[in-house]
Design a protein around this ligand. Structure first.
Ligand SMILES: O=C(O)CCC(=O)C(=O)O
Ligand SMILES: [Fe+2]
Length: 349
């Protein structure tokens, strides 16, 4: 199934293997966004406060009443299933390469261990192609599979719905930090957002492998669709325990990424998460990674720093960070991959 066969490259170190039973998370905030449509100012303030608390305490929350049409989600997930059901050679025809990193891939590594999954990456907005490709320059052109009717249209429709939702959540996050509602919008003018289709085939050794190894999402926000199988685990901040995020119909999981952690000067924290697999059922998920322009210099926003609360990070370039991280996902390297902790200022007492 899915063409993966279990070997040593998938085996997690003993301390990172999932326990046979993972506790189902209770207390992950479930937030109804429908007050946004009604537009009542007090209700929107209350919503922002709720999102602020969730971003601070969990870095993860689930939204309902989000306004994304159920038909758009249904068309996108049907397209996803149709793609992964294609024969291996048709998927290989749109395989990603080091220079052209979009499309199909079945050998991603997280922290140097291979993930039990296959993926398809696409960008909602293709940057203009470079006039001449310099050595080492990446080409972000979508690779659409041939003869898969409706695939491209379904994903383009889904991408538009996700962008609308992403800006709404970004605005609520800005409000929750007492910033101007559109304070963070400018970073997304030439965004590097991408959508990933994930397929986790049944795994013969779910006790040894993971669908995605433990990690934090590097971008601003992740909006994740998951099917009803379950497998996403979050490390609970209160006690460090891994807990399973229960699938909720017609919802999306919102994941605060590293960029919001830095912009907020650690008021909010991106949560560590991973994907467990199982031997009986395949699982599908679809994250939308909302990422800023590659030229963005990432640092705590000036309204959130002061003499008493100085910036906790040195500025870093998003494009450089992201391509370094991507490179480490592409193959097994012998070094630790790049993390925002590397830009954390050392506090001198
Ligand atoms: O499949 C999932 O539920 C989450 C996947 C994920 O964390 C990722 O692709 O970054
Ligand atoms: Fe993730």
């Amino acid at each position: 199934m899915g063409g993966l066969s279990m070997d040593q490259s998938f085996v997690q170190a003993p301390e990172h293997r999932p326990k046979p039973t993972v506790t189902e998370a209770t207390g992950i905030p479930l937030i109804d966004l429908s007050p946004l449509t009604a537009g009542d100012a007090a209700a929107v303030d209350a919503l922002a406060a709720e999102i602020g608390a969730a971003s601070r305490d969990w870095g993860f929350f689930v939204v309902t009443g989000h306004g994304v049409p159920a038909e758009a989600v249904a068309r996108a997930t049907a397209a996803q299933r149709a793609f992964f059901a294609l024969p291996a050679e048709r998927k290989a025809a749109v395989r990603r390469s080091e220079a052209a990193p979009l499309g199909y891939y079945e050998s991603e590594h997280t922290k140097n261990v291979r993930d039990w999954k296959e993926v398809f990456d696409l960008v909602p907005r293709e940057p203009p192609p470079p006039a001449a490709v310099a050595d080492g320059e990446l080409v972000f052109e979508n690779k659409w599979p041939e003869d898969l009717p409706g695939f491209r249209e379904a994903l383009e429709e889904y991408a538009r719905a996700m962008e609308e939702l992403a800006f709404r959540i970004l605005e609520l996050i800005a409000r929750s930090l007492n910033l101007r509602p559109d304070r963070l919008h400018g970073f997304f003018k030439d965004q590097t957002t991408f959508i990933r289709l994930n397929h986790y085939p049944p795994c013969p050794s779910p006790d040894l492998a993971l669908g995605v190894g433990r990690h934090k999402d590097a971008g601003a926000l992740t909006i994740l669709y998951q099917d009803d199988v379950g497998g996403l685990d979050v490390r609970r901040r209160s006690d460090g325990e891994w807990v399973r995020v229960k699938p909720v119909p017609n919802s999306f999981i919102i994941n605060v990424g590293d960029l919001i952690q830095v912009w907020s000067n650690d008021r909010y924290e991106s949560a560590e998460h991973r994907v467990s697999v199982n031997s009986a059922k395949e699982r599908f998920s679809m994250p939308y990674f909302f990422n800023p322009a590659s030229y963005t210099m990432v640092e705590p926003v000036e309204e959130l720093v002061s003499e008493e609360d100085p910036p906790r990070y040195d500025a870093y370039n998003w494009g450089d960070f992201f391509s370094t991280r991507k490179n480490s996902n592409f193959k097994k390297l012998s070094v630790e991959n790049i993390q925002i902790a590397h830009f954390k200022k050392t506090v001198t007492a």
